[in-house]
Design a protein around this ligand. Structure first.
Ligand code: HEC
Length: 157
């Protein structure tokens, strides 16, 4: 006996439906996070940023070869790119954090501050690679301004 096109179409649709249900049944669980570990990573990275920024500033001030202070600048740029992951909403309220709840209640504003910082540290690294003294000076100033702009609103101390 030959199946009609309509019956065939119907059974295909049913099979696809079964497939979709199957996918949902086997959806992977949301990955667990280590909230304390993320808070330690961001506090440690922030603390080390003081030294990294100081090393870049000192190198620039004494007119050292830009490549001699490229590594700390690269660290700042990469750390800047990690901030949205480190400030996962599930880390709110971990004991010892100085992260303001505004980071999550005003996610758009915080994203603007992380983008400002990412752009400033990216420009700093690019200017170092180009050996562009004026560019390094400008990007150092905008990087420091980006630290302060974020802390003013999103850090509690
Ligand atoms: C986009 C926002 C943002 C930017 C940009 C930013 N910070 Fe922070 N910083 C924070 C927040 C929020 C905390 C609190 C983190 C916590 O306690 O969980 C913090 C904490 C710190 C701390 C304390 C770390 C500790 O041991 O508890 C230092 C030091 C610091 N930042 C330095 C800097 C420096 C230097 C820069 C720039 C080179 C910078 N930050 C850029 C948001 C920012």
């Amino acid at each position: 006996m030959r199946m009609s096109a309509a019956v065939l179409a119907l059974s295909c649709a049913a099979a696809l439906g079964a497939c979709a249900v199957n996918f949902e049944d086997h959806a992977p669980p949301a990955p667990a996070i280590d909230a304390q570990g993320l808070v330690d990573a961001r506090q440690g990275g922030m603390a080390m940023s003081v030294g990294a920024l100081g090393a870049v500033s000192a190198g620039y001030d004494k007119k050292a070869a830009p490549r001699s202070y490229r590594l700390p600048a690269e660290g700042l740029a990469k750390f800047a790119r990690s901030l949205s992951a480190l400030f996962d909403g599930r880390t709110a309220g971990v004991p010892g954090t100085e992260a303001s709840p505004a980071i999550w209640s005003d996610a758009t504003g915080f994203a603007a501050r992380t983008a400002q910082y990412r752009d400033a540290t990216g420009a700093l690294l690019a200017a170092i690679d180009a050996g562009d003294d004026a560019g390094i000076a400008a990007a150092l100033a905008s990087t420091k301004a980006a630290c302060k702009a974020c802390h003013d609103t999103y850090r509690t101390q």
